[in-house]
Design a protein around this ligand. Structure first.
Ligand SMILES: *Cc1c(COP(=O)(O)O)cnc(C)c1O
Length: 384
């Protein structure tokens, strides 16, 4: 087809063609691609749980007793007791009445937003919200307004002007932003949602397991579990497994079980995945040192780069180094890769023009010594 050939040609010509890179393995903060080992700075396995013996054991045990596949969707015969056990644990962790497990974070956001919003409603969402949030909004045909990233003044301006024209209103945001590594102003957002009679939904994909006393996320850290109506998060990042959750009221859960198409029309997650998720929830309670170490190493890494005059952002385990021009970001990433660091340049349109960057996704396995060497290599290769 001509359209496809043209597209591929254009992308290639502008150096923007994305291609898959298969790894031989990925573990403990390292990755092997072809014959070369790299320190992996692109992975979301923040706590190093994806290879934790306890998770692996739990998954194997579930396969032995319950088999490899769930066999059907939850509403048919795919529903197992361990799905409910996991939902109970999540509801408890998030201090909500109830929770529902989804097959992935993408499916959760698309399905939930589509089910909860209907014509006559309105969604206000942060400009940097994840693609799955945006797709959910577009699919539901709801009216929407984007507020400038983390800008509550702009949100208030929009609420003031628009809220009265709609029936139900929703504010949607990530709690830890994947491209900037910063955190949402949850307290202010909660105040606004109360003042303007909205519901608020947050996406804790990058915060679950990393923030909060029990690793429940940023809502726990800020003491706002009760004030936030809907909390979504994933098992696929810091929890080292797969799938997603939605913590809400009992009634909203019942509604979604009946109305949410991405929940209804998809085979239930297999027992091994659910068992690993359960085991992971226990681990984040038992081993808080993983997130404490991760966040303290990340702070040190960020501050050292700042002191050396680099432009870095964020306040989490995600550390973006803003380089500026795309070409420079590509060059620096290539140079670092030559030195054994697996880091990818992020370019417009994913990020604003002249804000091309390298995004360092740190993990528990990246010790201060490793990060010191990384800083050294960034300094020596920055101006090439
Ligand atoms: C990764 C991510 C998702 C999607 O989760 P998956 O389980 O990978 O499908 C949703 N929202 C945010 C903010 C994410 O970073």
């Amino acid at each position: 087809m001509e359209r496809i050939n043209d597209f591929l040609h254009q992308r290639k010509r502008h150096n923007l063609l994305r291609e898959l890179q298969a790894a031989v393995f990925r573990r403990n903060g390292t990755i092997r691609i072809k014959d070369k080992d790299y320190i992996d700075l692109s992975c979301n396995d923040y706590l190093g749980l994806a290879n934790h013996p306890t998770l692996k054991e739990a998954a194997k045990k579930a396969i032995d007793t319950l088999g490899t596949g769930a066999g059907a969707s939850r509403l048919l015969s795919g529903d197992l007791e361990i799905h409910h056990q996991l939902e109970k644990e999540i509801a408890f962790l998030k201090a909500k009445e109830s929770a529902l497990v989804f097959n992935s974070g993408y499916q959760a956001n698309v399905g939930i937003i589509n089910a909860l919003c209907s014509g006559g409603d309105v969604v206000f969402f942060d400009k940097l919200a994840h693609a799955s949030i945006i797709d959910g909004i577009l699919l539901s045909n709801v009216k929407y307004f984007r507020f400038h990233h983390n800008d509550c003044k702009h949100l208030e301006f929009l609420l003031n002007k628009q809220r009265k024209n709609f029936k139900n209103a929703f504010i949607v945001t990530e709690t830890v932003f994947s491209m900037d590594g910063d955190t949402a102003a949850l307290k202010e957002l909660v105040e606004l949602k109360k003042r303007y009679n909205c519901k608020i939904m947050v996406d804790e994909a990058h915060a679950t397991g990393v923030f909060g006393k029990n690793g429940a996320g940023l809502t726990e850290e800020k003491g706002l579990n009760h004030e936030i109506d809907f909390i979504m998060g994933t098992f696929s990042k810091a929890l080292g497994s797969f799938g997603a959750y939605f913590a809400c009221s009992e009634n909203v859960k019942k509604f979604l079980v009946n109305m949410c198409r991405s929940f209804i029309y998809s085979t239930a997650l297999p027992p091994s995945v659910i068992a690993a998720n359960l085991s992971s929830l226990q681990l984040i309670k038992d081993e808080p040192f993983r997130r404490q170490m991760l966040l303290s190493n990340a702070d040190k890494f960020r501050n050292t780069l700042k002191e050396k005059g680099f432009s870095v952002r964020g306040s989490s385990q995600i550390v973006p180094l803003i380089v500026g021009e795309s070409e420079k970001a590509v060059k620096l990433a290539n140079a670092l890769r030559e030195n054994g660091w697996w880091v990818l340049p992020i370019r417009p349109p994913t990020v604003p023009a002249k804000e091309a960057r390298l995004r360092f996704s740190l993990s528990y396995s990246h010790t201060p010594k490793i990060l010191e060497k990384l800083i050294y290599d960034i300094c020596s290769n920055y101006n090439i």
